[in-house]
Design a binder for this molecule. Structure first.
Ligand code: RB5
Length: 142
């Protein structure tokens, strides 16, 4: 599986830990930036990860900023994107099964790295249910 990941300065340090973890797990990782802890604008990276998803250059995406909120707002403005802000494993599992979320958003100032990696593993390891009622509901907004 190929994962596209992006962050702003608020998520930069956590993103580095996540990339290391994903590579250890054998995922192919596309890092769209940011490339330093210098202040930057999160929508730039939300758009880059969304482009990777929509072009099928990546299977799933991860976006990290300080809260995860700005990233999720920016990503969800882009057609084809179903970005879910999750800070617990239950939501990460449910949003894959029910919403077929294609981007996980997280806030590095909200969760520590241990929980963040568990949430990411849950998101990446959970398939969409393919349940008819969930397909219908998703089609009503995408
Ligand atoms: C940057 O300070 C911060 O606003 C950003 O990382 C994010 O939390 C926005 O939603």
């Amino acid at each position: 599986m190929k994962v596209s990941i992006g962050s702003d300065h608020g998520g930069y340090e956590l993103k580095l830990e996540v990339i290391e973890h994903l590579k250890e797990r054998g995922f192919e990782v596309i890092d769209v930036g940011t490339d330093s802890p210098a202040s930057c604008d999160y929508p730039i990276y939300a758009k880059k990860v969304a482009e990777d998803i929509n072009s099928k250059n990546a299977d799933l995406g991860i976006l990290i900023c300080g809260t995860g909120i700005g990233m999720s707002m920016a990503a969800n403005k882009i057609e084809g994107i179903r970005a879910a802000l999750c800070h617990d494993t239950f939501s990460a599992q449910a949003t894959r099964e029910h919403n077929n979320a294609n981007i996980l958003c997280m806030g590095a100032r909200v969760v520590g790295p241990g929980l963040a990696l568990m949430i990411i593993d849950t998101f990446l390891d959970t398939p969409f249910s393919n349940d008819e009622r969930h397909i219908r509901r998703i089609s009503m907004y995408s």
